[in-house]
Design a protein around this ligand. Structure first.
Ligand SMILES: Cc1cc2nc3c(=O)[nH]c(=O)nc-3n(C[C@H](O)[C@H](O)[C@H](O)COP(=O)(O)OP(=O)(O)OC[C@H]3O[C@@H](n4cnc5c(N)ncnc54)[C@H](O)[C@@H]3O)c2cc1C
Length: 465
């Protein structure tokens, strides 16, 4: 018998938990969810209906072996829903909760053993038959396999932000906390121009209709927008993907993409980028560490903007705010954030290197996923690293892992029975944070966990370095 513990109560944990409950097995599945509502995690906990999914409704789901389509579920809430729509993220959170309830009810009927623990996992220690997990509520669980589904880490302040600024209350590290702020700022500066920054600007523009909004990032590049209806697939995608897989490095890859677009000007570039989705992890795994670093330094900003696009309705509102002069977007590096409120934000413009200082009553950091586990204050990850059970990815993109999700320990060996899913695997898979990838990974991992048992946990690594 191989009991399994999933740590993390977001959509990745939910997808794996549901997939495991559906497989008949004698083992117990423990789901350690933390305090937040089960299954919603960071992305789907929002109540703001301006926060839209960036995947069409038809592409969203929790399980590969779906009980019910998300579109069917959403029809009950919205008058008319098409699979091509970009729906509020709140609706997907409702759907995840409903799916979980139904899988738990069916598992109970089949006497499938499971339990849900609404507490934080603080430690995972090797035990004679696997691992012992200590929860914040002082409970301990024993499991043969442990899966970390902890999502992205809590954001750390940028190095350029002074201690005064942090203590002032005018610097917001968590963009999802805006609704708790009562006083309207005259000027709000968002650091970042990705999808989270877009959501922040959309919320701020309705919450504070008179506030002046500024967004600043090194390239000032907002996410590109999805076409209103899905673009036709690129007919030569399989040839392009084969050429990309045979390329030696990112520069020849970019050349192959440019060449394909040049040869087929009628093709929407977005369908070509989407057509790469099945090979992105393989492309990433084929890059050396130096090439990955090069990609992160030079191409990441444009890749992220092209690959993780925004819903047309969100992009229209952002454009309207710009047209009305309420929102300015700057391509500039943030050199310093200082003061005791209002804050002084000193930037250097990308175009002419000129330095300037802007004042803001509120500065929001929206710089994207943090997966730098080496610097985290996350209790469990710090302990795993300290004890040598896990090591940081060399580019700080989560933890080092085997391609199947098993963690690599400080000795450089696979750590038996210890896995990760989702954002922590970015160093391994690069594209592994969106639902289409997560639910496929959850399905495969659930099948492997059940097929492999009893999962033997060899003696764990101890800190050697
Ligand atoms: C703002 C935003 C919008 C997004 N929009 C989309 C979209 O439209 N479509 C799409 O496909 N993807 C989207 N994504 C990607 C998103 O990351 C995934 O869809 C998915 O929600 C990731 O879930 P997760 O469980 O990996 O992480 P999270 O949502 O971060 O959940 C992890 C959970 O684990 C908990 N946890 C952490 N440590 C512990 C511990 N020690 N013990 C117990 N619990 C712990 C956390 O509190 C958290 O609740 C979006 C992401 C964000 C941030």
């Amino acid at each position: 018998m191989a009991d399994i513990a999933i740590i993390g109560g977001g959509a990745a944990g939910a997808a794996l938990f549901g997939a495991l409950l559906n497989l008949d097995d004698h083992a117990t599945v423990y789901w350690v969810t933390g305090a937040a509502t089960h299954g919603r995690g960071v992305a789907y906990a929002t109540h703001d209906d301006h926060h839209l999914l960036n995947v069409r409704a038809g592409g969203m789901g929790l399980y590969v072996d779906q009980d019910e389509e998300f579109v069917q579920h959403a029809v009950r809430d919205q008058a008319s829903v098409r699979p091509t729509d970009f729906l509020p993220r709140r609706l997907f959170g409702d759907f995840v909760e409903a799916q979980l309830r139904s899988r738990m009810a069916s598992a109970e009927k089949r006497e499938r053993r499971f339990s849900v623990h609404a507490s934080e996992a603080l430690r995972v220690d090797p035990h004679i038959h696997g691992y012992e997990i200590l929860l914040a509520n002082h409970e301990t669980l024993r499991a043969d396999a442990v899966i970390l589904a902890v999502g992205a880490l809590s954001p750390r302040p940028l190095r350029t932000v002074s201690a005064h600024a942090l203590a002032s209350g005018a610097y917001e590290l968590n963009p999802w906390n805006l609704t708790q702020r009562i006083r309207a700022p005259r000027r709000l500066i968002v650091i970042g121009t990705g999808l989270t920054a877009v959501d922040t600007l959309l919320s701020a523009s309705t919450q504070w209709p008179d506030a002046e909004l500024v967004a600043v990032s090194r390239h000032g590049q907002l996410p590109f927008v999805h076409p209103t209806l899905p673009a036709q697939s690129y007919p030569l995608q399989s040839q392009l993907n084969a050429a990309l897989l045979a390329s030696d490095g990112t520069a020849p890859m970019l050349r192959a993409i440019r060449h394909a677009l040049h040869e087929a000007p009628e093709v929407d570039w977005r369908s070509l980028i989407d057509g790469m989705r099945p090979i992105n992890a393989t492309l990433w795994q084929g890059l050396s560490l130096a090439r990955r670093r090069q990609f992160l330094r030079h191409a990441r900003w444009i890749w992220e903007a092209s690959r993780h696009r925004t819903a047309p309705r969100s992009a229209e509102t952002i454009q309207q705010l710009r047209d009305e002069g309420r929102l300015q977007v700057h391509a500039a590096r943030v050199l310093a954030v200082d003061g005791q409120g209002p804050l002084d934000v000193t930037v250097r413009a990308r175009a002419n290197q000129v330095m300037s200082t802007l004042q803001a009553d509120l500065v929001v950091q929206a710089t994207g996923l943090d997966t730098a586990v080496a610097f985290t204050e996350h209790a469990l990850l710090s302990q795993l690293i300290e004890d040598g059970l896990a090591v940081a990815d060399p580019l700080q993109l989560g933890v080092s892992a085997h391609p199947d999700g098993r963690l690599i320990n400080a000795r450089g060996d696979v750590q038996p029975g210890l896995y990760a899913i989702g954002s922590l695997l970015r160093g391994n898979l690069w594209e592994c944070t969106a639902m289409p990838e997560i639910r496929a990974a959850a399905h495969a991992l659930a099948a492997a966990l059940v097929a492999n048992h009893p999962i033997s946990a060899a003696p764990a690594a101890t800190m050697t370095a």
